[in-house]
Design a binder for this molecule. Sequence first.
Ligand code: ADP
Length: 419
Amino acid sequence: MLLGCVADDLTGATDLALMLTREGLRTVQSTGLPPADLDVSEVDAVVVALKSRTIAVADAVSQSVEAARALQTLGALRLFFKYCSTFDSTDEGNIGPVADALLDLTGGGVTIACPAFPKAGRTIYAGYLFVNGVPLNESPMKDHPLTPMHDANLVRVLQRQTQRKVGLIPFETVDAGPEAIRKLLESGAAKMFIVDAIADGHLRSIGAAVAHLPLITGGSGVAMGLPAAYLKAGLIDRLTPAPEQMAAPQGRQAILAGSCSAATRGQVKTAIEAGLPNLRIDPLEVASGTQTAGQILQWVDRQPKDKPFLIYSSDDPDAVRQVQERLGRAQAGTIVEDLLGHIAAALPARGFTRMIVAGGETSGAVVQALGAGVLTIGPEIDPGVPWTRSRSGVDMALALKSGNFGASDFFLKAWDRLA
Ligand code: ADP
């Protein structure tokens, strides 16, 4: 195992894990601390997903350091601190303080801070972060409920969060290539450098220039150049092509959808129109006890064994609002999450080995119910959504889909990527 990554949220972790897989590293993702006995003999990178983006600074620091230490114990020679490509943070943190603590842990040298991801519309020029061509402080991030971004100059933003000197590796230097970048990094001008990047070629140059650093911080974009750079530096002996398909245990297939996002509602509609057996969860009936997990599992037992079925609570915004008015927002969410978690936990014993889950919170509930916190990253089904195979708890193929991800035929076509 070479690269240990600490991500400040779950979807960010998957994003990074996918990038590393695509670029040739065999990658495992762990929700929370990885088990101490995790077998990493066939693994190049482990990504730990925390939920630390907006928690108190001291907690973010201690959780990140704990995760980094666990990764070092598993053998990580390099650390990567992953945050959002829009640099989501406040003047208090948590990016600066966590980067500081991880720099201390890795010997106190220099590091970079580079959230650039040109393909996703995140570019940095003269230290200013642009989101789809608009300065960060004019983008929708200016109104973010938890981390409103009012300054697009990342040198200033990060400098407010750390005692260490923050500098800039400007476009001209990045454009001149890895040697020029490395020279400035090692000039002593600063301890943390924001790095300009407006195209993938820049990310690859940055990767080549920073492969020797014990700690790198940034978005998933800057990980693009790392695998090839690690190979060149002799830190790994080969790149492993991203899998087109994933071997999964033979067994039954299920789709559980607890997301009410537009993309998921479209996917539910497409699946129903295609004739998949389906059952709708009504949160009000669940709350009143007229719809129960027991009944739903009886329905499961009556379904044909040779094709997937869909259990969904997805509904349109008006209906969701009505449910929330009756039950309360949090209570409505918990009722559905608990029910889907309960159903998921009952499926392995019924021969289910392949499951798609739609919804970020819903996925969290299902993964917890299955005890499947450690996942090997497999082929990408649609942008941002891979098949994974659990390495803890039950042995299952899981596609955990953030609500708004995936094309409308996602529930129908995803299975083709399983062998
Ligand atoms: P997304 O990724 O689309 O945000 P999540 O699973 O993260 O999806 O969040 C959806 C939330 O809505 C969950 O807490 C879920 O339990 C809740 N929910 C699902 N269906 C309904 C419904 N019909 N009415 C109210 N809340 C619902």
